[in-house]
Design a protein around this ligand. Structure first.
Ligand SMILES: Nc1ncnc2c1ncn2[C@@H]1O[C@H](COP(=O)(O)OP(=O)(O)OP(=O)(O)O)[C@@H](O)[C@H]1O
Ligand SMILES: [Mg+2]
Length: 221
């Protein structure tokens, strides 16, 4: 899916957070959005997801203006949002059930994705019995099982330790590349931006080179 953001102004109530923003993301590309806390990264993702009313301008997904949420666009938060009383497998199955996927097929798809994220042996575990990194992997499996064509990730690995974060980054890049999923990935972390991004945009400073120094300079203004 390709995304074109044209003259986008969005905000909350009377105050606008993003003003007249232009941005394009090509099909299959991973775009990293960085910038200081409060600059509007999450707001941008909410607008693309269709969760915020657009004041002016537009967000076009494959040329069609976004008017609300869609199954094609999945938002992944830092907080994993798993249901505590459902096992890993049943958490991954839930959105498929809501889409009306048959019981047999959703079980098979959910198992396939849990396997892909290295959790085949943990399908019966409840979220509280899993580590933070494992819960993030369940969330990733749940998101990808739905077959979104555009994934919006809001600092999904912010709460993980360095090692787990590294493993998750590798896995995410591998899966996103393999499935050709268009991605907007928000992060504070400059190393993560360099590792994941085909392109990097710093809100307020525009597109920057995918190099550590260039990103640091832009983030620090
Ligand atoms: N629900 C809301 N209602 C009112 N104002 C909000 C709301 N959510 C965010 N804001 C304001 O919008 C601005 C941008 O917030 P946003 O969450 O997009 O920043 P961010 O770049 O994601 O920051 P962080 O890196 O800390 O997550 C902030 O000034 C914030 O106070
Ligand atoms: Mg945010």
């Amino acid at each position: 899916m390709s995304v074109r953001i044209e003259g986008l102004t969005v905000g909350y109530g009377r105050s606008s957070v993003l003003r007249d923003l232009d941005l394009t993301i090509s099909d299959g590309e991973i775009l990293v959005v960085a910038g200081p806390s409060g600059c509007g990264k999450s707001t941008l993702l909410r607008a693309v997801a269709g969760l915020l009313p657009i004041v002016s301008g537009q967000v076009l997904v494959d040329g069609v203006p976004v008017r609300g949420t869609s199954r094609d666009r999945a938002l992944v938060f830092q907080d994993d949002g798993l249901l505590p009383w459902r096992s890993a497998l049943r958490n991954v199955e839930l959105p498929l059930a809501l889409q009306g996927v048959s019981k047999v097929e959703r079980r098979e798809r959910a198992r396939g994705w849990l396997d892909r994220v290295g959790l085949a042996a943990f399908e019966r575990y409840l979220p509280r019995e899993l580590s933070g990194g494992m819960r993030q992997r369940v969330q990733l499996a749940r998101t990808l099982a739905q077959g979104p064509r555009l994934v919006l990730m809001d600092e999904p690995f912010g709460a993980l330790d360095a090692r787990t974060r590294g493993a998750m980054q590798e896995l995410v890049v591998e899966v996103l590349r393999e499935t050709g999923t268009t991605t907007i990935f928000v992060t504070h972390d400059v190393d993560e931006a360099v590792l994941l991004g085909d392109r990097v945009v710093v809100l307020g400073a525009g597109e920057v080179d995918v190099r550590r120094e260039a990103i640091l300079a832009a983030v620090q203004g």
